[in-house]
Design a protein around this ligand. Sequence first.
Ligand code: APR
Ligand code: ZN
Length: 263
Amino acid sequence: MEKLIERAVRDLCGSAYAIALTGAGISTESGIADFRGPSGIWTRDPEAERRAYRSYEKFLRNPKEWWEERLTSPSLLGNLEKAVPNPGHYALTELERLGILKCVITQNVDGLHQKAGITNLFEYHGSVLKLRCVSCGLRFAQDAFDLEKLRREDQLPPRCPKCGGIIKTDGVAFGEPIPGDVASQSLEEAGKCDLMLICGTSAVVYPFANLPRFARERGKTIIIEINADPTPLTEEGISDYLIQGKTGEILPKIVEGVKKAVK
Ligand code: APR
Ligand code: ZN
């Protein structure tokens, strides 16, 4: 482990354009369950996963009913308002502050990278703390609409003030297209980077899992995984190496090494 951490420090210090990709694994140390880990949400409740796969279709069929269900059932991820970043999130912010990390592309909808102060963030699967018009793509803060009042007055779904389109939570559901802006920006970053740090993802959900493969096709990119378990990227040799363990323990050690090196 120590040798691999030293190697990651050297690789980061030698990089000209490093980016990070993150998944639910980076937030488990903040008390938010992941999906496919040993105590993941889908691992524990396969029926919930099946329901999640039907959610977008339901939204398209009956957005009013979808919203009513959304406003009356508890969130699978628990109370995200109260969740706080952990040392793994802050370590990435520190690497950005040092000018080494150019951006973070996350699958997480929990808003913790923002809370940790990341400035260049791409939320590939959106954010449950935002709303989005499914027609024009405009995004809104969660409290931009009084959803409870709309429900009481039987005025659901909320409508976009700009184009009249239907408003949905910004979180991207299974089967829903990735919003065009974040999809193209993320591909551009993956195309520009010479180092990709992949933290806390099982790398089985597409099209996000294509980003490392796209970077690998370009050849010279160094791809480092930090994850509790090996992933298809490890097994297929897409990544150069895996540092196996907790992101909240490994990333701060890497930052410490980088700080020493840059000093
Ligand atoms: N440190 C490192 N790795 C961790 C930690 C940790 N503290 N905790 C969990 N892991 C690992 C798990 O072992 C697993 O391999 O992180 C990975 C999390 O994988 P998933 O649960 O599949 O989460 P993710 O890859 O983000 O899922 C992708 O799937 O369910 C959808 O939309 C949802 O964005 C999500 C997408
Ligand atoms: Zn609109």
